[in-house]
Write a protein that binds this ligand. Structure first.
Ligand code: GCB
Length: 875
């Protein structure tokens, strides 16, 4: 790009580096700011004394939320006005230039003053915007830039954000100048700087055949000079080596104070297609605006990818005529400590990790991201879903209809999204909303989302007829999802996305496929995708068998293993549905959500495949990497759960090898075949103390292996187990593992659903002391435990109770048998304890055979029940 970027600004230093003819000079304004949070009367005036203010550099936010286990002293979730002041001296030879202040993104409402002169206000936390600073700026002298950014909650009294989407959302709205600010100098005649933050050049391949691509370009040339200007606009298409492969010139006269359009049509012979990750070939559109004397007035380059695509409701996504199965992730733009104020290096690291995972599509949720990530996507060949932050609501709280101010801002954010990103070949769909039928769940709070969505869709089609529109739905009823009040939104946009959490927030993980089939059938002509699916996974929380207990989505126990299991079940169903045009995991990284208090973190959504600090790839990361990337993957699960509750464990590996070999403590345990990228060795017995497990496979003769060290500190032949719970617990000297080795029955947790306000809801205690915790969960029904004990005689203790206070004796009767022989007969917990909610303990000895100890719980009335199982070798 013909741009000169001046080095970091030293405050009060006159900067050198004049803009040469035709070059835009870009002066980064990232250093030397003063900052203060809260009202600061008169802070826009140059004479205002900001000595007491903090010294900060950009990107910056005052908020510090998310990614911690405790409230730390640095925690700051204050929302309101933050003031920034910068004293700077731009080069003297900017005189006579047009000068623009560019903000790459500032949150949420931004007011800008230069030398006490108000330049303007921008509303919206994510778009780029520019103000004309020419009249107020003093080249070669000290200038004072004052900026107020206000991220007040839309629900605060007299909030300036009251009509700016998003009204709410599962992500924290950080405040401040969280992206770059720069001063750009152009000639008075230039490519339009005030076109909704767009580049002023908009190029697309209008039609493509094997022989040529017709490229349509729209260029906006603004004349801010006092006289009409005759200009020649040269448009060239350069190939990757920089060679000109097509060019055209147009001469026009731009009236003073006006903007004129040049609309060249070019043709690229034998176009080299932008073909996703396989070949993300980029051309550039180079536009040169020259005066009639031949002097270059402005120059700019934009990326151009020549590609075509279509999305079929039954067959999915086609790029350049070829089917491409799209699999990827969603991404938010925050980091612990930094919030949204992340660096270019952070953006690149995120992209590197996503590419390491093997994604070929990205949903950049729930708003416009920084240009860096779209640029990187262009170069990596990713298929991007880009969206505006119309989340949860289409109107302020309590209003059913969208008020005009809200509509105007949603439209303005959509214009910014589309114009600023029009030239990115990676972007394929514009999304106009996320879960805006959520409120319809609550009678009386519902909204009429359709009028706004219909208008936004039409606007997107007008601004960019070459791309498809989409949106993400949360709540369409169907298949057991009974929120019948929710509006059906499928069909408003060209294609559609369903955010689905079967098995996490509702229903079971197996319910995902059937509900998609239903929607596919109901909306046969609408291509559908799964725009979100995901589960929480806490790095420090583990389960011996996560599917055998109750996991509360809003609770404090989100075992990492549960996240893995759900993804395995979900993704198998998604892969089996070729009509889905794409799927996106929610989410690539854990992210800030101040409404959450769950898993092992505060203010954090832990559905990432990678931890918030990007340091830890959770096990499930490798499940997807094994199937999406070209990398040979052998990953042993469970490295964050090295202290095992049981002597005998299943060992799992994610791998893209057909089979993997395992050794434990140096002993070869043989090969396991990998079905659906998962290779499992059942009932691996650990030695007392440490056992090193090593999994290895050969990839075209190259060995790849992975090791973990597990420890078992209990006694051989001892099992202490909580039934119905995915979590173990230590009670005095006894370490109980989670529910395991079981088939049948239902796990029950007696706690009410936790909430952020009450993450540990109380439950009436059964029994006294520590042991009461065992009776907070149970398994009931008809069920069996096949406990992998070595042959021998064992002492068995079972603990249970009658959970139903409204019952009486003889309502629940069951036997417990071992290999068909009754050890307990006609157990009646109510009768034995003399009432409900009272603990019962039963003991017997039993023989384990070669296949272990098989306990069968056989109801004869009602359902069998057990809360704890304790086994030790009989003396
Ligand atoms: C959704 C939302 C997303 C949330 C996610 C969750 O459906 O679109 O913003 O973060 O659910 O984790 O609950």
């Amino acid at each position: 790009m013909a741009m000169k970027i001046l080095g970091a600004l030293a405050v009060l230093l006159v900067l050198g580096g004049a803009a040469e003819a035709g070059e835009r000079a870009v002066l980064p304004l990232d250093q030397g700011w003063r900052f203060s949070f809260g009202a600061a009367n008169g802070a826009e005036a140059p004479a205002f004394d900001d000595h007491g203010w903090a010294s900060v550099s950009l990107p910056h936010t005052w908020n510090h939320v998310g990614g911690t286990k405790e409230r730390e002293p640095s925690y700051n979730h204050e929302r309101g006005a933050g003031w920034y002041r910068l004293n700077f001296t731009p080069p003297a030879d900017y005189a006579g230039k047009k000068l623009w202040l560019q903000f790459d993104g500032a949150s949420i409402v931004t007011d800008v003053w230069l030398n006490g002169v108000k330049l303007g206000t921008h509303k919206g936390a994510f778009g780029r915007f520019r103000f004309d600073a020419t009249a107020a700026l003093k080249p070669g002298q000290a200038n004072l830039l004052a900026v107020r950014t206000d991220n007040s909650s839309p629900e605060a009294a007299n909030s300036p954000t009251a009509e700016i989407p998003p009204m709410s959302g599962d992500f924290f709205m950080f405040g401040g100048l969280y992206r770059k600010v720069s001063l750009i100098a152009t000639d008075p005649v230039h490519l339009d700087m005030l076109d909704d933050g767009g580049p002023g050049i908009y190029a697309r391949a209008k039609s493509i055949d094997g022989k040529e691509a017709a490229i349509e370009v729209a260029e906006r040339i603004a004349n801010d000079g006092a006289h009409p200007q005759a200009v020649t606009v040269k448009t060239a298409i350069l190939d990757e080596s920089g060679k000109e492969v097509a060019a055209s010139s147009e001469t026009l006269t731009v009236a003073a104070g006006q903007t004129a359009m040049a609309s060249p049509n070019l043709s690229v012979a034998r176009p080299h297609l932008w073909n996703g990750k396989a070949d993300p070939y980029l051309y550039q559109v180079a536009v040169t605006v020259s005066s009639d004397q031949g002097a270059v007035l402005d120059e700019m380059r934009q990326p151009l990818g020549v590609r075509s695509y279509r999305i079929d409701p039954d067959k999915g996504f086609f790029l350049n005529g070829q089917h491409l199965g799209l699999h990827g992730v969603s991404r938010h733009q925050d980091r612990p400590g930094k919030g949204w104020a992340i660096s270019d290096a952070d953006q690149r690291q995120d992209m590197d990790i996503m590419l390491e995972l093997g994604v070929n599509t990205l949903r950049l949720a729930h708003y416009q991201h920084d240009q860096t990530i779209y640029d990187l996507s262009d170069r990596a060949g990713l298929v991007v879903w880009a969206e505006i932050p119309l989340v949860d609501r289409t109107s302020p709280k309590g209003m059913a209809d969208t008020p005009p101010g809200f509509q105007a801002n949603a439209e303005s954010q959509l214009r910014e999204l589309i114009k600023q990103n029009y030239n990115h070949p990676s972007i394929f769909v514009w999304s106009i909303g996320n879960e805006v039928n959520l409120r319809a769940l609550k009678p009386g709070e519902g909204e009429h989302a359709k009028p706004l969505l219909t208008d936004l869709n039409a606007l997107a089609k007008r601004l960019d007829p070459s791309r498809l529109t989409t949106m993400a739905d949360c709540c369409e009823p169907g298949q057991g999802v009974t929120n019948q009040e929710a509006e059906v939104l499928a069909g408003i946009t060209d294609v559609f996305g369903y955010n689905r959490y079967q098995g996490w927030y509702y229903q079971t993980p197996q319910d995902l496929g059937p509900v998609l089939d239903l929607y596919h059938k109901l909306h046969g002509s609408v291509p559908i995708s799964v725009s979100e699916y995901g589960a929480g996974g806490a790095l420090s929380q583990h389960s011996d068998n996560a599917l055998d207990g109750v996991v509360f989505p809003k609770g404090h126990f989100h075992p990492e293993e549960y996240e893995s299991r759900l993804h395995e079940i979900w993704y198998r169903q998604l892969k089996a549905r070729p009509y889905l045009w794409a799927t996106w995991v929610w989410n690539m990284f854990d992210f800030t959500s101040d409404s959450r208090n769950e898993g092992d973190m505060l203010d954090t959504n832990d559905k990432g495949l990678v931890s918030f600090d990007r340091a830890t790839r959770k096990d499930v990361f490798y499940y997807y990497q094994a199937q999406w990337s070209d990398k040979p993957v052998v990953h042993l699960n469970g490295r964050r759960y090295p202290d095992r509750a049981y002597e005998v464990n299943d060992v799992e590996v994610y791998s893209n090898a057909p089979a993997v070999r395992l050794s434990a403590g140096g002993k070869d345990l043989g090969e396991a075949k990998c079905a659906d990228y998962l290779c499992v060795w059942r009932n691996v017995r650990l030695s007392p103390g440490e056992t090193v497990l090593t999994a290895s496979a050969s990839f075209s003769g190259q060995p790849v292996s992975d090791s973990v060290t597990w420890r078992y500190s209990g006694q051989p032949g001892v099992i202490d187990m909580r039934a119905g719970s995915p979590a173990g617990v230590q009670l005095g000297a006894i370490r109980y593992g989670s529910d395991d080795f079981v088939s049948g029955g239902t796990a029950v947790d007696r706690h009410p659903q936790p909430s952020p306000e009450n993450p540990y809801p109380a439950v009436p205690a059964v029994g006294e002391g520590d042991r009461a915790v065992l009776f907070e969960t149970y398994r009931e029904g008809k069920f069996s435990y096949a406990i992998p004990l070595a042959p021998g005689r064992y002492q068995v203790t079972l603990r249970f109770f009658e959970p139903n206070a409204e019952t009486s004796a003889k309502q629940r009767l069951f036997d417990v048998t071992v290999d068909g022989v009754a050890k307990l007969k006609g157990v009646d917990p109510f009768a034995e304890a003399g009432g409900a909610l009272k603990p019962v303990e039963k003991n017997f000895t039993a023989e384990a055979k070669k296949g272990g100890l098989n306990l069968d719980f056989m109801p004869t009335a009602g359902q069998a029940i057990v809360s704890a199982i304790e086994i030790q070798p009989a003396r």
